[in-house]
Design a protein around this ligand. Structure first.
Ligand code: M6R
Length: 613
């Protein structure tokens, strides 16, 4: 859960590297560092704290090198400190390495290297890598021009766990070696410069041409060429992928924070997700999916597996899949699913959702499902991400880069995409009334305009956030699909405001949680499902009786019910209501966090991409 950047070209590397790190800071932000190849050897400037602190490091402005690597850290092994910051050097200061991932067998490797005379200066797992490279380099008697590459390759073969690494050496000032296994890495390429990064947005302003690395690939990156090798160091051909994201999508565009920008992008991002998948009067189209009626009729279960917000998107679409296709759906947390020996076989379809496409647990659950014979579909936002390369099929949300750690636009795009997928299945199977499907598709097409309306009417949200931001606990209630939104709203609040909150199915309240309700506590109710609204109102009356202050999001007429605050949102089909009802609650969390003076985009202890389990 760190970010790495590399540059090799004709310009001074350090400003490019620091600028890239600033864009990757969402991946980790407790320490940062940079190494470049200078006339005297490999520089190494680093410290704990934010990337911007690099500007204050003595010597940073003296760096002249045109080849360099850099790292922003989210500590796993060893607390944030200068010693534990990357880059790490070998004992002879010949090789510098930045690493994203976890080396699971680092204690064994450390012991092996210590027994061979190596000394360790940090508590990190990473420090074994430059020393292992040095170990293999010094043992290699063949002094040809592949010696550096061979040493990196041999070192990596000893590593258990996950890694994306960049390595530079004072002995080879014209080349950088990069490699990956289970951690993301891309190379942005031009004729005279190459950029390496943990993700595409950080280097999107330099090029739209990318190489996407696969596991166990090794690369020699020169300023004017890139050579790919497999694990046995045979040369492989790698096509360039053109990524047509708009570079400004990775900038704040005048918004105070990425999260706010991403919330306001939702009319557009949902429009992009719908794209040409729904056209009036036609059946839904998914270019990249080839699932026959025979296959869909043969499956007896759909699993939807994901983590965090992506898992909540799965929960929000369960009802749509079940009602439209008559196939039972189970939604599971990837970290649970992968270790509970789930019942999967060739009659199971497993859908994996991951904005980043790099979440370690989700990837592991995907590999497990494939090994048990299930067909798999990846739902991702990041083109070429790991999950998309593992799954049988991939469908993209096309929401553009999501930078804020708290996921917003990815969620609404995931929900709408899954709902369209459910319609697609129903159309193939003929399992649902075609007129009702047509109505649902029309309602989906109206979503962008309705999201605009929600975003125009948020004064109550701001006002309430201003009143309650000092509170310690809040509760979210809903039934059915509204309960799934309560779960997502509660996650949003806790992750960026650090206020404790919980979500409950409204009918479950009496079975315990109501004991928590006391005078003045804030309870937020989501009431959009016509069939369940009256039931939920009764539950909320019970908390009012016990002194709770209530904030209701509803598309029904729920005024005059003694609620303290009511926010009316546009009515829509019950299947897709989460796409509208979550938006005020994303903003509620956002404004509470702002009122508390917190860093909305980079909440404490969290990273955007969870590439370790
Ligand atoms: O990239 P992914 O969608 O796989 O990420 C999954 C979760 O880590 C993510 O949704 C997380 O819960 C968000 N920070 C929530 O806002």
């Amino acid at each position: 859960m760190c970010g790495i950047v590399g540059y090799i070209g004709t310009k001074k590397a350090s400003p490019i590297l620091i600028n890239g790190l600033l864009k990757l800071e969402y991946r980790g932000y407790d320490s940062a560092g940079i190494s470049t190849i200078e006339k005297y050897g490999v520089s190494n400037l680093k410290n704990k704290g934010r990337v911007a602190n690099l500007y204050d490091l003595e010597g940073i402005n003296d760096l002249e090198g045109t080849v360099g690597i850099a790292h922003t850290r989210w500590a796993t092994h060893g607390k944030p400190s200068k010693e534990n910051s990357h880059p790490h050097l070998d004992n002879s200061n010949t090789f510098a390495v930045v690493h994203n991932g976890i080396i699971e067998n680092y204690s064994d490797l450390r012991k092996f290297l210590s027994d061979n005379g190596y000394i360790f200066l940090s508590q990190t797992d990473t420090e074994v890598i430059p020393n292992l490279i040095h170990y293999y380099f010094s043992k290699d008697t063949n002094n040809d021009n592949k010696k550096f590459l061979r040493a990196v390759n041999s070192a990596c073969k000893d590593l258990k766990g996950s890694f994306a690494i960049e390595v530079i050496s004072k002995l080879y000032p014209d080349v950088m070696i990069v490699a990956r296994k289970d951690s993301p890495l891309v190379i942005g390429t031009t004729e005279t410069e190459n950029y390496i990064s943990s993700d595409i947005p950080a280097i999107l302003s330099f090029t739209k041409n990318f190489y996407l690395l696969n596991d166990n690939e090794f690369v020699e990156v020169y300023k004017d060429k890139v050579v790919f090798y497999d694990n046995d160091l045979s040369i492989i051909n790698k096509p360039i992928k053109n990524i047509d994201w708009d570079a400004s999508a990775a900038e704040k565009d005048g918004y105070e924070d990425f999260m706010l920008k991403e919330i306001y992008e939702q009319p557009n991002t949902v429009r992009e997700t719908i794209g040409s998948r729904i056209k009036k009067g036609e059946k839904c189209a998914f270019d990249d999916l080839e699932l026959s009626k025979e296959y869909l009729s043969s499956i007896n279960k759909i699993y939807i597996v994901a983590c965090g917000t992506a898992m909540h998107a799965g929960l929000a679409s369960k009802k749509t899949f079940e009602e439209l296709t008559n196939i039972p759906v189970e939604v599971d947390i990837a970290s649970e699913f992968r270790y509970r020996n789930p019942l999967i076989n060739s009659k199971t379809l497993v859908i994996f959702i991951s904005q980043s496409g790099e979440t370690a647990d989700t990837i592991a659950a995907l590999k497990l499902s494939r090994s048990k014979g299930a067909k798999t579909i990846a739902v991702s936002n990041v083109i070429g991400s790991s999950i998309t390369r593992e799954a049988d099929y991939t469908i993209y949300t096309h929401a553009g880069p999501e930078i804020a750690v708290a996921s917003t636009k990815a969620y609404t795009s995931q929900v709408v995409l899954l709902d369209i997928l459910a319609i697609h299945f129903a159309e193939i199977l003929g399992s649902y009334d075609t007129k009702l499907l047509e109505n649902l598709k029309n309602d989906i097409l109206e979503l962008p305009t309705k999201i605009d309306k929600v975003l125009e009417n948020i004064d109550i949200v701001k006002d309430l956030a201003n009143k309650v931001y000092t509170e310690k606990d809040m509760y979210f209630l809903g039934r059915g699909i509204d309960y799934t939104v309560a779960l997502e709203a509660s996650l949003k609040l806790k992750e960026i405001s650090y206020i404790h909150s919980d979500a409950y199915a409204a009918g479950e309240l009496k079975h315990g949680p109501i004991a928590l309700i006391e005078n003045g506590v804030t309870v937020i109710g989501i009431l959009t499902d016509k069939n369940l609204v009256e039931k939920s109102i009764s539950n909320i009356q019970e908390v009012i009786t016990r002194g709770a202050k209530t904030f209701i999001i509803s598309n029904q007429d729920v005024n005059n019910k003694n609620f303290d605050y009511v926010l009316n949102i546009p009515d829509t089909n019950a299947f897709i209501s989460p796409i509208l009802s979550i938006i005020p609650l994303q903003l509620f969390a956002y404004y509470i966090s702002k009122n508390k003076g917190l860093d909305v985009d980079k909440p404490r202890n969290l990273a955007k991409s969870v590439t370790v389990e």
